[in-house]
Design a protein. Structure first.
Length: 288
């Protein structure tokens, strides 16, 4: 029989993975809201951000500086991908665009293999300290960093989209691209910024969990899949829904692994997705 301390420990585990899924889901929603396209390369930005920070720290850079530079690297890379590979075919049809994002994903994964090899890499924790005892369970200090980063990112996104002219312009592009362009808003610049933001947030998710995972060139596949599931459950255009769904997925996954078996975790997660899509195809928080 599982005691209460294990229940709490599973909750912490679910909160950790759920925060990661939520950040990836948010990065997907930001790109989708402006360009109406799911970027299947977000898993690779997740990996590149983490491995870039591992490399910079190993070269002797202070962790705060390595943190900022890794975000900048991923943000610039995302902007370059949008400008050089997505924009030239933006009118080619949604099918071609989706195939392009998959091709970008495979290309970036291959590039990561060339740069960092097949070896697994781990980043030292953002801060030192012993695990914190909570109700018989233990909470790693890095988990507090992950939760804090998630909260700060969400607050920044809310401030940007609600309180800044640029953010309001991007919201206008998300609601009606033609109407926004007629009002003088550059939809191309909005799409470029969305890709840059999305890539940076995806990288941030990888950097936050890197001290808890062994990172290698292919580590972004399953986080991307789970992030996409969170978006589908929460609603393609809903940041709040994606965050809620990401945390829900992480919690369900953790309790399934802890109380039943890891063999059934993906089955239950995908079953949850199918149930939501059957009864509410637009997602729990999506518009019909």
């Amino acid at each position: 029989m599982t005691d209460f301390s294990h229940i709490v420990q599973f909750f912490f585990s679910g909160l950790t993975s759920g925060s990661m899924y939520a950040l990836i889901a948010v990065s997907l929603v930001i790109v989708y809201k402006v360009s109406l396209l799911i970027c299947f390369a977000q898993g690779e930005f997740f990996v590149i951000g983490a491995l870039a920070m591992v490399t910079l720290v190993s070269k002797g850079l202070p962790m705060p500086l390595a943190f900022v530079l890794s975000i900048l690297i991923s943000t610039v890379l995302g902007a370059l991908v949008q400008r050089m590979l997505i924009k030239p075919i933006q009118n080619a049809g949604i099918g071609n665009l989706i195939v392009m994002t998959i091709a970008i994903s495979l290309t970036l994964r291959g590039a990561a293999l060339l740069v960092w090899g097949k070896e697994s890499h781990i980043l030292k924790p953002f801060s030192s300290g012993a695990p914190i005892p909570v109700l018989g369970a233990t909470l790693q200090p890095q988990v507090l960093w992950i939760i804090s980063i998630t909260i700060v990112v969400l607050i920044m996104i809310w401030i940007f989209f609600e309180k800044t002219k640029l953010g309001i312009a991007m919201r206008a592009c998300a609601e009606n691209r033609l109407g926004a362009s007629l009002m003088g808003i550059s939809t191309d610049k909005a799409a470029l910024l969305a890709w840059a933001w999305g890539s940076g947030i995806g990288a941030l998710a990888g950097m936050a969990v890197a001290p808890l995972l062994f990172m290698q060139y292919g580590s972004g596949v399953m986080p991307m899949v789970k992030g996409f599931i969170a978006v589908s459950i929460g609603g393609l255009s809903s940041i709040v829904g994606s965050v809620v769904a990401g945390l829900l997925l992480g919690t369900v996954e953790a309790y399934t692994i802890g109380l039943i078996s890891s063999k059934f975790s993906d089955t239950i997660v995908f079953s949850l997705l199918m149930v939501v899509l059957i009864f509410k195809p637009s997602g729990l928080f999506g518009k019909g």
